[in-house]
Each structure stands twice: as C-alpha cells, then as structure tokens.
Write a protein that binds this ligand. Structure first.
Ligand code: FEC
Length: 313
C-alpha cells in the first residue's frame, strides 16, 4: 500500500473490443446497455468483423498505446507513473481499473482518453467512470483528467504531414479537385441539441490541420460524420457516404481523402467503415479514395500525451 505513496496512477481509456468471435455478442450487449442484440444485428456485426479478418486489431493497438505512454512518462520522470488500461465496453472496465489503482495506494489518479474530442457522451463519461472507481474503492484519491487534445500540436502535425503527402499524390493523378473530409464518429443529434461541444471539437482539429496545409473550407475540405448507430433516432450529419455520393454526382471532383481525426487506432470503424464501405462507395461514384494514417502508438504523440498527463500530476 505505502509503496505507491507519492506515485501517480494513470487510467488510459479506450473503447474496447471483443478479443475473440465468441466475445462479440456480450460486447454488443454491453454497448446496448445490457439489451442483447437481435440475431440480425448480431449477424451484421459478425460479418463486419469477418470482413476485417474475424476480429479487430484494437485490443493489441490499445496495449501498444499503453506501453508507449508508459515509456514516455518514464522518460519524463522514472518510477513515478503507472499506466493501466480502462475500457468502455470490455475488460478491464474503466471503473474497475480506477478502483484497483485507488486501492493500491496511488496518491493521485489521472484519466486520459484515447479519443481527442470532448463530448459529454465520450470523454465526459470515461472521466465520470474513473471518478466512480475511486468511490467504489471507498477511497478519497484525487482524480484529474485530460478533457480534450483536439488541437495538441503533435497530433495536428502528424495528421497534417500525412494528409499533405496523400493530397500531393492524389492531386498529381487527377485534373479535378480533391476534397478532404475530416470525420469523427457520429452521435445522436439530441446530445448535440443539449449543448454538447463535440462538433466544435472536431472542427477545431480540422481547422488546425487545414491551416497548416493552406486548405480552404468548402473548396478543399468539409466535415462529415461516420459510423452512425443503426437506430431510428437522428444522428449528426452529413453522413460520409452521402457526402461521397454528392461529390461523385456533382462530377467535378477527382477524389476524396478521409481524415478520420476522431479515431486514434486502426479499428473496425476505420478498417471496415472507411477502407471497405466508404472506399467502395467512392469507387462506385467514380472518385479516387484514400485516408490518412491513424495515430496508433506514434511516439511523438505518446510523448505529447505524456506531457499533458505530467502537467496534471
Ligand atoms: O474495433 C472495434 O472492435 C471497436 C470499434 C469501435 C470504436 C468505437 C468508438 C466510438 N463509438 C462511439 C459512439 C457510439 C454510439 C453507439 C455506438 C455503437 C457501436 C457498436 C459498435 C461500435 N460502436 Fe462505437 N465504436 C466501436 C464499435 N458507438 C460495434 C454497435 C453496433 C453499431 O452501431 O455499429 C450507439 C450505442 C450507444 O448509444 O452507445 C453512440 C464514439 C466513439 C469514439 C470515441 C471512443 O473511442 O470512445 C463517440 C473504436
């Protein structure tokens, strides 16, 4: 217990994924807050995992990100920080990870979410669950959290450098304009109507990257939303597939490059929703297609996030 006095426990949080095909149903049930999916919905999700090789690489990528963050924090101050994973929909769950750190006697907990854009529905919920873990452990450990890293310079640099190269390549292959679509996971419209800053957060990343590359909004880039849930209520739009259709129908564009800056790992919503679904749609409407690289465990960004954690310690 006393061993960790003066040390900082870091709860690194991510969405979580099934680790085997058998875990897909309980995972989906957790996403649906305990309501099992219909057989059709489950089959649809299993088919999407099958299309990317049976299972998502997200579990391994999240572990790599944890190791990268730990290494970067050790560089800043050896033997001071202990990073542990807390997942939204898979084990170890956020509050369990946080409770374990609190019970192990760390003097402070810091929450960091592997998603750059604040929403009460995303980063807000992850941080609430971190605080709940301390309550569950009947501890009084103080908790701090990184609320947004939408315009973290290392993140903006990483996206801008990759996007700049891909734009130059695509522009060299077509006489027509190329449109950049900055995307994030859609959310139900009611969350935004209640005053959530999520769309402004995505816009801030898009504007920062576009400014680096001298891209003009409307002509060169726009925002689109992807991966909306399969529910009857309205989700934030425009949906990426509709935008691709419009660009193709207009007949003026040569291609589209998606920069999914709302995501920081190559997971289902990137490998299926973009690399398969969106790229096929672009091909059908006669547009070239590319997308920017995901952060994964890019050392410059793990180092920048480590500095953000250390600032809160
Ligand atoms: O690779 C993988 O296995 C997992 C990929 C995965 C990530 C992810 C990230 C976000 N989601 C966000 C919001 C919602 C809302 C709903 C919702 C539903 C699903 C389903 C699957 C799924 N999400 Fe996800 N999400 C990933 C996967 N997500 C599978 C269920 C089937 C489907 O609709 O496709 C609707 C349910 C609800 O109300 O909760 C909303 C947001 C993110 C980005 C931030 C983050 O990573 O936490 C926001 C990765």
């Amino acid at each position: 217990m006393t061993d960790n006095a003066g040390r900082v426990g870091v709860v690194l949080m991510a969405y979580g994924t099934p680790r085997s095909p058998e875990e897909i149903e309980p995972y989906y049930t957790d996403i649906r807050r305990g309501r099992p999916p219909t057989p059709e919905a489950l089959a649809d999700l299993v088919a999407r995992y099958d299309a990317i090789g049976g299972i998502s690489p997200l579990a391994k990528l999240t572990e790599d990100q944890r190791d990268g963050l730990q290494a970067a924090l050790d560089e800043i101050e050896p033997d001071t920080y202990h990073v542990t994973l807390g997942l939204k929909h898979a084990d170890p769950k956020v509050e369990v990870a946080s409770a374990e750190l609190a019970a192990a006697g760390f003097s402070k907990l810091i929450g960091l979410v592997l998603a750059p854009h604040y929403s009460s529905y995303s980063i807000g919920q992850y941080l609430d669950r971190t605080r709940q873990g301390v309550v569950d452990a009947e501890a009084t450990t103080p908790v701090a959290g990184v609320e947004s890293w939408a315009v973290e310079p290392a993140f903006v640099d990483f996206i801008a450098a990759d996007l700049g190269e891909r734009l130059a390549t695509m522009r060299a292959s077509t006489e027509h304009p190329v449109r950049v679509l900055f995307t994030a996971h859609s959310l139900p419209q009611r969350i935004i109507d209640a005053g959530d800053p999520y769309p402004d957060e995505l816009r801030s990343t898009a504007e920062a990257v576009a400014a680096r590359l001298g891209l003009a909004e409307g002509d060169d880039w726009t925002i689109a939303w992807q991966s909306a849930g399969r529910t009857p209520e309205p989700w934030i739009g425009p949906d990426i597939l509709e935008v691709i259709d419009e660009l193709g129908d207009g007949g003026q564009h040569g291609g589209v490059i998606v920069s999914a800056v709302g995501f920081v790992a190559d997971h289902l919503e990137v490998l299926f929703d973009l690399d398969i679904e969106a790229s096929q749609r672009a091909e059908q409407v006669g547009l070239a297609f590319d997308r920017t690289a995901c952060v994964n465990d890019e050392p410059s960004i793990m180092a920048a996030l480590a500095r953000r954690v250390a600032d809160l310690a």
